[in-house]
Design a protein around this ligand. Sequence first.
Ligand SMILES: [Zn+2]
Length: 328
Amino acid sequence: MSFKDVIGQDAAVRILQDELATGRVNHAYLFLGKEGVGKKTLAFQFTKSLNCQESRLDSCEGCLACRKINHANHPDVKLLTIEDGNTIKIEQIRELQRDLAYKPYESSRKVYIIDRADRMTPEAANSLLKTLEDPPEYAVIILLAEELNKLLPTVISRCQQIHLNTLTREEIKERLLESGIEEEQANLISRLADGSLGRALELSEDAEFMDTRSSILELLISLPEINTIELFNQVDRLVSLIEKGFPLFDLILSWYRDIIIYNQGNCEQLVNYDYLERMKSQQDIYTIEDLVAIITLINNTKGYIDLNVKKDLALQVMLFKIRAKRCK
Ligand SMILES: [Zn+2]
């Protein structure tokens, strides 16, 4: 792994390598970008380059520092992330502060990567702010976040912002083909991955992905006719898919979006382009207003589940409401 392997983030890489070259490394960074675009990969690559004993602008991968970071056992590099599935708590920040009080053991810097920094509780963020305001000379703190508006402005203003791009479908497809994924699957996954290479690679590792996806699309196609008992039966299966990390909502959203796009004759943009014929049959079932309402409904359901509303209940309500839309 080197900066060359960070896909599609040339601008961000250039900024960080310039800083490495001139020695003007900041104490605090904020890497911003959607889930899976490579924030953590870039943060670790930067961290290795800061600590590498052989190379100043990149990582050599062979020295003790590079190897320890790759094995997550470098004493001067720490990763913080959400606990209990939800937030970064003040105790985690206090632990960071206690650790930061000691000088580096092996390197000239201590690096802390805070993943999902936009999930810090207000207490955690306020506590971190004190460290950001007066960091020791050797500290580098890298916050990773998807959304700027979920962070305290005072925290943002203390960090150098590095923006990561959403990848194009072509960039993702190319990478999938390189890793040996077949053309048809690479094509489809690159469309579903929504700009996230991380997600694309995850999907490509799921051997049942194509079959699961077909079964979900078949369910959506048959939804207007499905009886209530069958619908209840399907909910359990959908819940277990969400729990396994399957991008259920993204797939369902892509389907209804596709029907709108198909209606507008813009077939290049379709995600499920291999289901063209079936889309045609759905055109007569929903009006555009229905489809827009369905998309809002799916987004809301996803939001409720993120807020810990019971998954089976939320999905039942969603599917019943979509079924009720078969109005034409
Ligand atoms: Zn090295």
